[in-house]
Design a protein around this ligand. Sequence first.
Ligand SMILES: *Cc1c(COP(=O)(O)O)cnc(C)c1O
Length: 383
Amino acid sequence: MSAPRLEIDLGKIEHNARALVGRLSARGIAVTGVTKATLGSPEIAQAMLRGGVVRLADSRIENIEALRRAGVSASMTLIRSPMLSQVDRVVAHADVSFNTELDVLGRLSSVAMQAGKSHGVVLMVELGDLREGILPADLEHFVSEALCLPNIALKGIGTNLACRSGVVPGRENMAELSALADSIDATYGLELEIVSGGNSANLGWGFGSTKMGRINDLRLGEALLLGCDPLTRQPIEGLDTDAITLTAEVIEAKLKPSLPWGEIGQFAFGEPPPVADRGPVWQTILALGRQDVDPEGLRPPTGLTVLGASSDHLIVDHRPLRLPVGGEVSFQLNYSALLRAMTSPFVIKVVVGGSRAAPIAATLDDRSVPSNCPDPRVGPPAA
Ligand SMILES: *Cc1c(COP(=O)(O)O)cnc(C)c1O
């Protein structure tokens, strides 16, 4: 089979979705399945839907359009604020969009009016992570403006944490979002349908708390695909962490000195060259580089260490044996590595299964080792 390739086990993604949907529904929280790391893969979207997510969401209208073209009819939310230049496409293909700017809401309204449609909006609130969001003090004004716009249906409010600054979702910020929903409902005589508390980084709060307040939705991507809690990097109990693997092919394997020789100048990607002389090592080159994956986000199998990476070469040390040229190595991925591999035109995507028992061909794939999720997106919460 051709390499590099991502092998995607749909049965495991469906299982992860079902497990999270079940645990969260016991707390009154629905799951929105986030497909943005999958480049609009209809197979993965359908696996999430089979697992029970209530709707799909993506950050790119291009991905939502791809899902529509593939015949996916589920409700879809654009979870990045629409660009003014794409408002027509957003109204045409997304049922709901996340918003933080009145100029955009105004355009959504006029385009929806022309199209004879109603467009749903969720207003995003800034609660400290300093990415997108309306400041809490400005929210009432936004709501009153949104309610006046024809063909705009205010569906709810939401927030997003732990992405730009690593702000941990917890009791206080979730209670603040809840209180904002209550206050909007009281002021305007509404009953907001969606109060969306956050992403996979909210699961620690979601499983730990019994006071969910008004929060009734989480938008989950990473947890469904990788089975990991991004805040702690730990596998989430009962979830599969090996639904997606990346396999690369060996193109050189030689016993080489561990230290470079000659005058050392600038190196292409900012990593310092090795300084410790470990004697000769079985240096193996895989046809996999920064154009295919974020090498820092690879979790190698036992016995293999990543020594360095350039645009097209991944240099690894494999012991104790020489890997044959043409042999294959399979890695697990963190979110950053997954995102790049999924969106790289050089990486082929092979979808397997639909059932949990579906076999996956791989030669050096260390599936027997219990999985330990690679690199957290942010550090563990301070003790
Ligand atoms: C990416 C994203 C999500 C999903 O995040 P995961 O960590 O993959 O669960 C949810 N909400 C917004 C606004 C996002 O951009």
